[in-house]
Ligand binder design. Structure first.
Ligand SMILES: [Mg+2]
Length: 374
């Protein structure tokens, strides 16, 4: 089997009402999809995480990575990953757009390998005996506290056993005091048996994060996510040492090397790689070995990405060691449902992994064309 073509498609979808959270308002969802075809007629799809300018990852894939892949056997996926990474590593481009581009390519290659083997991707990654994975509902965004409470109640009434709540307000929205009040109100409303995760989206400094966590230590919080910016490793260490709520991070981190530093500093308890940023399935799996070695927990990130990434993350969750939970995104996301059939719906805190070969769901051309940009 040889790789014949590598092409990208860019998607964008805008919400009527932008989502509000720690980094501001977020109106438009974007994605770059990578489609790879082979000489024996099998094709695969992957997604590069995009928050801005999908044209950048498209250019990296088509101009820089496609020449590495032309005529090669997708079964050599680990070696191809290293060759792609080597393209600009020596010039300092070992994070960022290049990594996101590699992620989309690698995901598409594993989709091909699954289809060629007639098995779902999580099975050819080694499986873990999981055809369904535990999940939590993500996320309750900034709003008036009664609205946040109502949203949390609705998700728990709908069968979820865990819910993520956004904190990290700036002064205009009431700051850390409103953050604490919102979490306490939600705990009061959902009761003691529900897992509550908090996500700061890097909006605090370490001192603020420690102060807020200490005020919430008696509210049985499952984790505090991205309390400080991803580059503030000292801050992460301070937060982890300065209070008792477990610290989660990783959606903003690139590859096994980024996670190595977070882990070596003992800065985190729960690792949250995004398959569309960490280097596809190959990157996600390599991080899994580190998580295993250090006996940490793995909780794949999804969020504002398009459906291919949400689906690929489900296969990551089904195959990695030390899985904690999968992020099931219930908040509005125009690019989540891109398939000819519905995305799996969680039941009683678990979500089924599609069992057909590869990623297991087929893209719907009519839906794609609605969101495709040039
Ligand atoms: Mg997050």
């Amino acid at each position: 089997m040889k790789i014949k073509t590598v092409k990208c498609r860019m998607l964008a979808g805008t919400l009527e009402k932008p989502i509000q959270f720690g980094i501001g308002a977020f109106p438009t969802f974007s994605a770059t999809l990578v489609e790879i075809s082979t000489d024996d007629g099998i094709s695969g799809v992957g997604e590069c995480i995009v928050r801005k300018a999908p044209q950048v990852t498209k250019t990296v894939v088509e101009q820089m990575l496609a020449p590495v892949l032309a005529g090669r056997d997708p079964h050599d996926v680990e070696g191809l990953w290293d060759e792609m990474f080597q393209q600009l590593r020596g010039w300092g481009h070992y994070r960022g757009f290049v990594f996101e581009a590699i992620s989309g390519v690698d995901t598409a290659l594993w989709d091909i390998l699954g289809k060629a083997a007639g098995a779902p991707v999580y099975k050819i990654l080694g499986g873990a005996g999981r055809s369904r994975v535990p999940c939590y509902a993500s996320s309750v965004y900034f709003d008036e506290i009664p609205h946040m409470v109502a949203q949390a109640r609705e998700q728990i009434a709908g069968g979820h056993s865990g819910i993520k709540v956004k904190i990290g307000r700036g002064p205009a929205l009431g700051g850390r005091r409103t953050d604490v009040a919102s979490v306490k109100a939600i705990r009061e409303a959902v009761g003691a048996d529900v897992d509550i995760m908090l996500d700061v989206n890097s909006a605090y400094d370490a001192a603020t994060a420690i102060k807020v966590c200490r005020q919430l230590e008696d509210d049985d919080i499952t984790w505090i996510e991205e309390p400080v910016p991803p580059d503030d490793l000292d801050g992460y260490q301070r937060v982890r040492e300065g209070q008792s709520i477990p610290v989660a991070a990783g959606e903003s981190e690139f590859g096994v090397f980024g996670f190595r530093d977070l882990i070596r500093r003992r800065a985190v308890d729960i690792l949250q790689p995004d398959v569309a940023r960490v280097g596809g399935f190959t990157g996600a799996r390599r991080v899994g070995a580190l998580v295993h070695a250090f006996n940490l927990r793995y909780a794949p990130h999804t969020g504002f990405s398009a459906g291919v990434s949400h689906l690929a993350s489900l296969h990551v969750a089904a195959s990695v060691p030390n899985l904690m939970t999968y992020e099931y995104f219930f908040a509005p996301n125009p690019l989540r449902d891109l398939f000819t059939e519905p995305f799996p719906t969680p039941v009683e805190g678990f979500i089924d992994v599609p069992q057909r070969p590869g990623l297991g769901l087929e893209l719907d051309e009519r839906i794609l064309r609605k969101f495709e940009i040039t």
